[in-house]
Design a protein around this ligand. Structure first.
Ligand code: HEM
Length: 307
């Protein structure tokens, strides 16, 4: 990482004493190509919270601190969950409006009591029983663009032997999907804003502090997971990940999302037990912080190429 400093009160507006990282930019090409390299380079002294002037957010990297935020919705409001990371310039706003884009707050960015009013009826529709009943429909649509499918397939093919093991033992697939959500989540970041002054991991945050909850970093926290940098489909506690959030706003589509990925992987491994990554490819990722997955994976099976 670049310049680090312990600030008093910075021009960028960070809380006194909070480490500042001038170079942290989650939309930069380097970060998009490999956010885990950026994470590995972070100086130890500004984990688990530092301020990133490039985006005006406090970045939260540890499992415990992220969990603490999710568990305290009165202090950490969801109001910024869908806000643009950078202000949208006037011209772009005009184009969006002309195209019929009318941003509406959905339950994900509402606080209580408005949130509960929407969530209660929606939750009934997402019960495990109802989701299981959707399996035939999912088998029609499993090739959907979920980044998690791409991330899981990539990680299973990256290491020789993993794919063959999954193909021979499909019962390992649910565990592999949980591990992918810990190791390389398709929603790598979530956001909150403080409603009042609060102390998070020793940092005194003012009211209105915007938090960049780096879920992908929380999954790699060595205080939370044994050998966090290793992708291990057999990991017994991978499902403790925070990839679906926690608490009041816990992802309503978690069961459905996981099932979709499991169904896709089961079918892929059944049809292509000898699948492998085509060598020499440079993976690319969409330039946003909301979703992460390879835009394309070139794979081979019995001499044939597939994308
Ligand atoms: C498998 C990929 C998915 C991931 C990684 C994911 C991740 C997340 C995360 C991190 C949150 C925020 C939780 C919080 O604030 O505590 C969330 C909320 C939500 N997700 Fe998902 N999600 C996925 C798939 C889905 C699907 C397939 C659906 C619907 C069909 C869905 C519907 C929702 C809804 C409605 C909320 C808001 C819940 C609330 O505010 O009470 N998600 N998701």
């Amino acid at each position: 990482m670049g310049t680090m400093s312990r600030n008093a009160i910075t021009p960028a507006g960070a809380a006194p004493g909070c480490p500042v990282d001038e170079s942290f930019d989650p939309l930069s090409p380097d970060f998009l190509a490999d956010p885990y390299a950026t994470l590995a380079r972070l100086p130890a002294d500004h984990k688990p919270v530092f301020f990133a002037p490039a985006i005006g957010y406090y970045v939260v990297t540890s499992y415990d601190a992220v969990e603490q935020v999710f568990r305290d919705p009165a202090t950490y409001s969801a109001a910024v969950a869908q806000a643009p990371l950078a202000p949208i310039i006037g011209e772009a706003q005009q184009i969006l409006l002309a195209g019929g884009h009318k941003p509406q707050p959905s339950m994900v960015s509402l606080d209580e009591p408005e949130h509960a009013r929407l969530r209660k009826p929606a939750a009934r529709a997402f019960s495990m029983k109802r989701v299981t009943a959707m399996i035939p429909a999912i088998e029609a649509t499993a090739a959907g663009p979920l980044g998690l499918i791409g991330n899981t397939v990539r990680r299973l093919l990256e290491e020789p032997g993993r794919w063959a093991e999954i193909a021979a033992h499909p019962d390992l697939i649910p565990g592999a999907v949980e591990e992918s959500l810990r190791y390389d989540p398709s929603v790598p970041v979530w956001r909150r804003i403080t409603t009042k002054p609060a102390t998070l991991a020793g940092v005194d945050l003012p009211a209105g502090a915007r938090l960049f909850l780096w879920l992908a970093a929380a999954g790699r926290d060595e205080a939370a997971f044994d050998r966090p940098g290793e992708f291990d489909p057999h990991r017994p506690d991978a499902e403790r990940h925070l990839a679906f959030g926690k608490g009041l706003h816990y992802c309503l589509g978690a069961n459905l999302g996981k099932l979709e990925v499991q169904v896709a992987l089961t079918e892929l491994a059944r049809r292509y037990p000898d699948l492998r990554l085509a060598p020499g490819q440079q993976l690319t990722f969409h330039p946003n912080i909301s979703f992460r997955g390879p835009q394309m994976l070139v794979v081979r099976s019995a001499g044939r190429d597939a994308r």
